[in-house]
Design a protein around this ligand. Structure first.
Ligand SMILES: Cc1cc2nc3c(=O)[nH]c(=O)nc-3n(C[C@H](O)[C@H](O)[C@H](O)COP(=O)(O)O)c2cc1C
Length: 331
């Protein structure tokens, strides 16, 4: 049965009007430029780059510059990570030179490689330092700056509401919250209810993130979190159409694309990946074909497992077979 909730309102990131309420999460090794373009083409409301280390762009890393590129995107969001104010400011300049419309700051990455360098989610252990980085980034940017975080470092330090409030006061225009602590990494279940504490603390848009794997779950996520939009990460791996479907379902309609046009877009995107990055398997990045289509296999299982039948989804205008995601149900 579909949950009936109020439709999410359109949101703005500072002066920018966002076209819908479902976003692609930044994912290193996955959300490269061709993948982001494909998700956007399938209707994702916003797409965020892989994280780009401020220190890496400052040292002239070619990979970092590649990660910051955004040709062909209507709205280009570059995510920066770092611990030095100067490097963050330099990262902003490189991102803006690459056409960034929005800069996102990463304070959620749990990886030891990042937290040992005292960036990512480690910044949630020292909000004063986090605020200095935010101040430096906002001061350097001529475009809106947003922030992505977790609920806190661990269950004894759930300080996301405090960080969000201080960030808003420092000029941050939107916050995304992954409903886990850093200690949880990716274990257990994301706590969507806890995101409500952030929503209550700020007046800027709040985006809920964590464990959203099917469009039908989005209304429940918004209901539990009180958030204004949802962000999908792993659920989009191999299923680049899922974010557009989610955005469309939240707007009470499904995207209408022929299967042929979906397949053509995927094939073009695979070719684009190879042109974009001559070494697409660098640093553990995912195989481009699997990144874009492996969900056709798992999608069949998850669709069947959802217990939904076309007749049940028909009341929100579902059109089985009209987009690539639904192809999975018929394979
Ligand atoms: C392979 C992978 C790479 C990720 N890279 C980033 C990153 O570069 N920046 C970031 O803020 N989060 C990163 N994340 C976290 C995701 O953006 C997201 O917060 C997390 O996966 C939870 O959302 P999900 O359950 O929808 O996947 C990464 C996650 C995965 C699985």
């Amino acid at each position: 049965m579909l949950l009936k909730v109020n439709l999410p309102q359109p949101i703005r990131i500072g002066p920018l009007a966002v076209p819908g309420n479902a976003f692609l999460a930044p994912m290193s090794g996955v959300s490269d430029l061709p993948f982001r373009r494909l998700c956007a083409r399938f209707g994702a409301s916003l797409v965020v780059s892989e994280m780009v280390a401020g220190e890496a762009v400052a040292s002239g890393s070619q990979e970092a510059v590649l990660r910051a590129s955004g040709e062909g995107l209507d709205c280009h969001i570059v995510q920066l990570t770092g611990r030095e104010e100067g490097a963050m400011a330099f990262g902003v300049k490189v991102a803006e030179a690459a056409g960034a419309d929005v800069i996102d700051i990463n304070m959620g990455c749990p990886s030891r490689r990042v937290t040992q360098g005292y960036s990512g989610s480690a910044l949630m252990r020292d909000l004063d330092h986090a605020l200095r980085l935010i101040d430096a980034t906002v001061a350097a940017a001529s475009v809106p700056v947003t922030l992505k975080m977790r609920l806190g470092w661990d269950e004894n330090a759930m300080n996301a509401p405090e960080l969000a409030k201080r960030a808003q006061d420092a000029g941050i225009r939107m916050v995304t919250v992954h409903g886990r602590t850093r200690r949880q990494f990716f274990k257990g279940q994301a706590n969507w209810n806890a995101i409500q504490t952030v929503k209550d603390a700020v007046s800027i848009p709040v985006v809920a993130n964590g464990d959203l794997t099917a469009p039908e779950m989005a209304a429940e996520m918004l209901h539990q979190s009180g958030a204004d939009a949802v962000m999908i990460g792993r659920g989009a791996y191999g299923k680049p159409w899922i974010i557009g479907q989610t955005a469309a379902l939240l707007a009470t309609r499904w995207p209408r694309r022929s299967r042929r046009s979906c397949w053509r877009a995927i094939a073009r995107s695979c070719a684009r990946t190879l042109r974009h990055d001559p070494d697409p398997l660098r640093n553990g990045a995912r195989r481009p074909d699997r990144q874009k289509t492996s969900g056709l296999v798992s999608g069949r299982a998850s669709f069947r497992g959802s217990g939904l039948r076309p007749a049940e989804t028909g009341d929100v205008g579902n059109r089985p077979g009209h987009c690539i995601g639904n192809r999975a149900a018929h394979l």
